[in-house]
Ligand binder design. Structure first.
Ligand SMILES: Cc1ncc(COP(=O)(O)O)c(C=O)c1O
Length: 397
């Protein structure tokens, strides 16, 4: 091993001087100006900018209605509530996701049922899904892992046959498409997140989209204490009728101004994400020790993250060692996700554990998330590829 090849973990020189994060927001001067304008105006919350953001967002994702929320998690809670999920119900979801996708089912007093992923796509496997259906199944809640669209045709066919609600967790998938149709208007309800590592950000924030007016109404009430009408709609009266159960899950006008401004650059950012993923793909296709992130023909991937899969049989180091070695090279690798059913709370409360979803568990052991965000320079992308190649040379059998 030459000096240049010595991993930084063993005292060699790191590929980069400074840590490259796995994700990062981008806020430009137009965003700042848009926020300042609202700060100088009459409405910081409950105002017209929220409605403008919702309108613009609905148009982008091809849905009739959009309702803004204070986080992607609140959006999921609202969608589960609006979808009528309650105590005694079972909701089928994927274990390979962020906790919020399953937690929202618990919030409604229902039971998450984890169905294994397809090892090729890392998304909910429709073939296994059928076997998990029971008379209590009320909804299916698929996640477009990393931004790769699920097989919604197969999921919708199952849902139609059993009149189940479909709630898509599209926190990773703003801008993704299936057969040229954007994700957002395909199912009963679709949720998005505007956390800073996502495609657009409002600091914290989320959105639910739907084509059904009754669901849109339920969503709006739920985020506003279950009050029948919103503040702007009741200027001439003091009356506030609480007609349903609800929370304060509102997104502010300040945040909505940021979201609206960010939305204008969504397409350019998606293209840059695609470009970076394409470079990774080309580089990793030539390395038998790893498998490039999955893609699916007929879909547009939103590339929220780049999940690299290690081929354990060609490596003498495990995922943890490779992860640490990449970090030592100043590549901000991460891992998405420890399957939800393996978390202590779920194990205790639902009695879940290893062996429940073997494909998700095996995938988790192999996954490393590489940096991917639109602000990465070509040099940053090259650094990631150089570091992966360097670490793999050290780690292979
Ligand atoms: C798949 C998925 N669902 C839901 C969420 C929750 O979104 P938020 O962080 O905006 O509450 C996230 C956020 O990381 C996510 O990745």
């Amino acid at each position: 091993m030459s000096g240049l090849d010595t991993p930084a973990l063993l005292g060699g020189r790191p590929v980069r001087e400074r840590m490259l994060p796995y994700g990062r927001h981008e806020v430009d001067e137009a965003d700042v100006q848009a926020v300042v304008e609202v700060l100088r105006g009459d409405w910081l919350t409950n105002g017209p900018t929220v409605a403008r953001f919702e309108g613009a967002f609905a148009e982008v994702v091809g849905a009739r209605f959009a309702a803004a929320f204070s986080s992607g998690t609140a959006a999921l809670h609202a969608a589960a509530h609006a979808g009528g999920i309650g105590p005694g119900d079972e909701v089928i979801t994927s274990p390979l996701t962020f906790l919020a996708s399953a937690n929202c089912i618990l919030y409604c007093g229902a039971v998450p049922v984890f169905v294994d992923v397809d090892p090729d796509t890392l998304n909910l496997d429709p073939a296994t899904l059928e076997a998990a259906l029971t008379p209590r199944t009320r909804a299916i809640l698929p996640i477009h892992f990393a931004g790769l669209p699920c097989d919604m045709e197969a999921i919708h066919a199952i849902a139609r046959a059993r009149t189940l609600i479909v709630i898509e967790d599209a926190a990773h998938a703003l801008g993704a498409e299936i057969g040229g149709r954007p994700i957002g208007g395909l199912s009963n309800l679709t949720t998005f997140s505007f956390h800073p590592v996502k495609h657009i950000t409002t600091g914290e924030g989320g959105m639910v989209t739907t084509n059904e007016p009754a669901l849109a109404e339920r969503l709006r009430r739920f985020r506003n204490h279950g009050i029948e009408r919103e503040v702007r709609e009741r200027q001439a009266t003091w009356r506030q009728d609480m007609v349903a159960f609800g929370f304060n899950y509102r997104l502010t006008d300040i945040q909505s101004a940021l979201g609206l401004s960010q939305l204008r650059r969504l397409d350019a950012r998606l293209k840059r994400r695609e470009e970076i993923a394409g470079r990774y793909h080309q580089a990793f296709a030539a390395m038998p020790e790893v498998a490039a992130a999955p893609t699916r023909t007929g879909t547009r991937h939103a590339w929220h993250i780049y999940p690299l899969r290690l081929n354990g049989d060609r490596l003498r180091q495990d995922r943890e060692a490779i992860f640490q070695a990449l970090r030592a090279e100043n590549i901000g690798a991460s891992v998405h996700y420890r399957p939800v059913h393996l978390h202590p709370y779920y194990r205790e409360r639902l009695g879940t554990g290893p062996g429940l979803c073997p494909a998700a568990e095996a995938a988790f052991e192999r996954l490393i998330t590489l940096p991917l965000f639109p602000g990465m320079t070509d040099g940053d992308v090259a650094d990631v590829i150089t570091a992966v190649a360097k670490v793999i040379r050290w780690a292979r059998r």
